[in-house]
Design a protein around this ligand. Structure first.
Ligand code: HEM
Length: 473
């Protein structure tokens, strides 16, 4: 405790020399442990992982600091994992701090011009959603896992935006990438892996420490190899005079413009490869997990399914495709999904940030470069904000039958480094979920709903479960 006070940091459990608190934290329980420490130390405390890392996990504190003083909390620290995977701070998650604004701005702009948040992307998702219906029908109401269908549908949306086209059901590229990225992510944010940031030589102790470096690197290199080959194909085919139809071409065009203006701001081919890597991985498993959580909670709350069916029948019917505008007339469905986002948070622990300048925070003076975790998930299950926070209840977001959006639900994080894919993700979750409910009635594998259990690594997902789909059309 003294060591924190001497450094002007918030209190926290006493760190051990060299390893700090790393071995007191378990990867599988990191999020629940944060909530336990919160009871002891309050909404802001320090964990040594092994660098001192300030955890902010109270909603009002997050708002006062990470949102209102956004610029100060917008940095990302250098990490060993990024050096290991891509030899430096590239991509969109852990890129150099002095590039992040230009790269984020460009990516948001291109997403919009490729149709995200508008009719273009909606149509892509709607087509993929209706393509799922006959595939699921072929299962003839037998128990099945939804996951492979979601990999195909969700994977194809980001695939189309990045590369310009979709893949057929019998092509294996998206499935291969999905397996590989999950191998890379397995150890990505483990506290033990963070130990390497301070002590890179520990990488030689991979086996006894179970860091999983060889599996991570094998999968990582396969991904990089494929993305580099794809980039070469685009470079050969691109016509710089045409309006780009995909992220890669838009980025190549930007590199060309920037070279002419001698204003590079990180726009290089290397950065492009890692940016696609990040978008492809961010745009896939996260959304799949949210949709799987939605089905899991629905099977456990059968009256929710009847209410969603009733709303969809009244507003959309069983033939017309669901569109984003329908949200206005589907209050229960929106409340249900907001409750899924609250309890089914996908990142057990938010990505590391760091302060970009010396910053005052809740009475502490944090030096520039202090590592920060903006743990919004903790607010989702804070009894101060939500009565019986562990209980799933869509009703908490309904007032006089109307849906009330709640800003304390922040699944896409907050501040200057919040999720770049929020619109895309919200569209996919809503359109896929509603289409699958419009077309099918869903039943558990046996008499009872599968238990609500999660598996946690860098992501937090329901344990695999089966369900049955009975056509409604
Ligand atoms: C339901 C799905 C998703 C969830 C729950 C989610 C959640 C998050 C969260 C919590 C962050 C961390 C922000 C922070 O550091 O505080 C993040 C960052 C990010 N997300 Fe998402 N995300 C989802 C889907 C997507 C999609 C579809 C894309 C893109 C296609 C995407 C791209 C990104 C990027 C690029 C960042 C890094 C932003 C930065 O560091 O400036 N995400 N996301």
């Amino acid at each position: 405790k003294n060591v924190n006070r001497l450094r002007g940091l918030p209190p926290g459990p006493t760190p051990f020399p060299i390893v700090g608190n790393v071995f007191q934290i378990s990867m599988e329980r990191f999020d629940t442990q944060i909530n336990e420490y919160k009871k002891e130390y309050g909404g802001i405390f320090t964990l040594w992982l092994p660098f001192p890392t300030v955890i902010i996990c109270d909603y009002d504190m997050l708002k006062r600091n990470v949102i209102r003083n956004g610029e100060a909390f917008a940095g990302r620290p250098d990490t060993f994992v990024m050096d290991m995977l891509v030899q430096g701070n590239y991509g969109l998650f852990f890129m150099e701090n002095y590039w992040y604004k230009a790269q984020r701005k460009f990516t948001s702009h291109i997403f919009r011009s490729l149709g995200v948040g508008q009719a273009g992307t909606q149509e892509t998702i709607a087509n993929l959603a209706s393509g799922l219906v006959p595939l699921i029908e072929k299962e003839k109401g037998e128990p099945m896992e939804l996951r492979k269908y979601l990999v195909h549908a969700v994977g194809n949306v980001i695939h189309k935006h990045l590369f310009g086209f979709t893949r057929e059901w019998d092509e294996k590229e998206i499935f291969d990438f999905h397996v590989e990225i999950n191998e890379v992510l397995e150890h990505f944010t483990a506290p033990k892996t963070q130990l390497l940031d301070a002590w890179p030589c520990l990488a030689y102790l991979d086996k006894p420490l179970q860091l999983g470096i060889p599996t991570t690197m094998k999968a990582n290199n396969k991904i990089l190899d494929r993305l580099e080959r794809t980039l070469e194909t685009h470079k050969k085919a691109i016509n710089y005079d045409e309006e780009p139809t995909n992220y890669i071409d838009a980025y190549l065009k930007e590199i060309k413009l920037r070279m002419a203006d001698a204003d590079i701001e990180g726009f290089t081919e290397k950065q492009l490869v890692v940016a696609i890597y990040d978008l492809y991985s961010a745009g896939m498993e996260t959304i799949i997990i949210v949709i799987r959580f939605a089905f899991l909670y629905m099977l456990n709350n059968p009256e929710a399914q009847s209410r969603i069916h009733e709303e969809l029948d009244n507003v959309v019917g069983r033939e017309r495709g669901v569109v984003m505008d329908d949200q206005k007339l589907l209050p229960y469905t929106c409340a249900f999904l907001q409750e899924v986002y609250r309890l089914g948070y996908v990142l057990p622990v938010n990505f590391l940030r760091c302060t970009l300048e010396d910053t005052k925070c809740e009475g502490y003076n944090l030096r520039a470069g202090t590592r920060i975790i903006a743990q919004f998930q903790s607010a989702h299950i804070d009894a101060k904000h939500f009565e019986d926070p562990e209980v799933f209840s869509a009703e908490r977001f309904l007032q006089n039958g109307q849906f009330v959006r709640d800003e304390r639900i922040m699944p896409f994080s907050i501040g200057k480094r919040s999720c770049l894919g929020e619109y895309l993700a919200r569209m996919e979750v809503f359109l896929y979920f509603c289409t699958l409910l419009q077309k099918f009635e869903w039943k558990p594998e046996g008499d009872k709903a599968p238990p609500v259990e999660v598996i946690t690594s860098s992501l937090r997902a329901p344990t695999p479960f089966k369900l049955r789909a009975i056509p409604r059309y």
